[in-house]
Design a protein around this ligand. Structure first.
Ligand code: NAD
Length: 315
């Protein structure tokens, strides 16, 4: 497999982290990136410090669409507020006839349902898209697929995550999307909040958001591959500390099931506390992108959920 030449849509917390991870890997080179105000293309590869010299544009995504023949993979690190936003961006690439692959770190169940509608267009272009390739869904839901193998029946999957960041400003979309899960909030309400309203909300909670019963696509992605038989057997929640980079709690995925000989037991996958959200999102997103390239090379095209395949490893 040749070095993947990729474009990153979004130059916020995850977009920048992707540049830093790619720098450590020989198998991938980021040749294009954009944010809401500008874009950059460089055949030689883009470094984090280059973020300051994006070319201003009214339609930065449109500029990346124009580069479609120079790009083999796209990592979508855009906010998904509203749920239709990322599907609408992908539709632009499909319409332009882009033939490369995609991965994203989409989170919401409803957003993943919308992504599935893009299957026919991707197939027409001989393109591959793997969705839900972050930490949850992504790394943790992949671990659940593995864990399920020991059991005849899976009773439930419980994901409880801890994330610590030193400033909410580093991951604005992530924080807004988390706020949308609080009781009394919705995706559209969170999108409309001004920065000072977000700050006030965080102030009232000492910078912490504790979230339960999140609408996370781990449920649909695990149901699609038969790990659970109904969406309500998967629960996702966690604690986000926006004022301290140390994780407030360890991140765990616990799958409970019944074995063939009638034993009830649980497998637990625990992320190392030192691993950041960015490390646990970007690694899988690139690993799944490499899998998408592999699928394309094997003439398998269309829209897939991350639980359908193991991620590969980008060296
Ligand atoms: P961010 O707010 O830090 O960055 C978003 C970037 O997108 C910014 O650079 C912004 O300028 C750019 N952008 C916004 N609108 C744009 C447009 N119309 N055209 C071009 N660029 C545009 O976001 P983040 O915290 O890095 O999160 C990115 C996404 O990753 C979010 O949707 C978040 O939910 C998701 N995420 C997933 C996981 C997971 O485990 N699955 C974890 C963390 C974040």
């Amino acid at each position: 497999m040749n070095k993947m030449k990729i474009a990153v849509l979004g130059a916020g917390g995850l977009g920048k982290a992707c540049l830093r991870v790619a720098k450590e890997k020989k198998g991938v080179k980021i040749v294009a990136i954009c944010d809401s105000r500008g874009f950059l293309y460089s055949e030689r590869g883009i470094d984090v410090k280059d973020i300051n010299r994006l070319h201003a544009s009214n339609d930065p995504i449109g500029e990346i669409v124009k580069l479609k023949d120079k790009i083999g993979g796209i990592f979508v690190a855009l906010p998904n507020l509203p749920n239709e936003f990322i599907p609408s961006v992908v539709r632009r690439f499909i319409k332009a006839g882009y033939k490369g692959v995609f991965s994203d770190a989409l989170k919401r169940t409803r957003a993943v349902k919308l992504m599935k509608r893009l299957d026919a267009g991707l197939k027409r272009n001989k393109s591959v898209y793997i969705t839900g390739c972050g930490a949850t869904p992504g790394l943790l839901s992949a671990a659940a697929v593995l864990a399920a193998q020991s059991f005849i029946k899976v009773l439930d999957v419980n994901i409880w995550w801890g994330v610590g960041i030193s400033n909410w400003d580093e991951y604005r979309a992530t924080i807004r999307e988390d706020i949308a899960h609080l009781p009394g909030y919705t995706v559209s309400k969170a999108k409309k909040m001004t920065d000072s309203q977000v700050e006030r909300l965080l102030d009232k909670r000492d910078g912490k958001l504790e979230l339960h019963e999140m609408e996370h696509a781990d449920d649909i992605l695990l149901k699609d591959v038969g790990v659970v038989d109904s969406l309500n057997k998967v629960s996702v929640g966690g604690i986000m500390d926006t004022r301290c980079a140390k994780k407030p709690v360890s991140t765990t995925m616990t799958l409970t099931g019944i074995t063939f000989d009638g034993k009830k037991s649980s497998h637990r996958f625990i992320l190392g506390d030192e691993t950041s959200m960015a490390a646990n999102v970007i690694g899988p997103a690139l690993g799944y992108m490499k899998r998408a390239v592999w699928l394309k090379e094997h003439s398998i095209y269309g829209m897939f959920g991350s639980t359908e395949f193991m991620p590969m490893v980008v060296r």
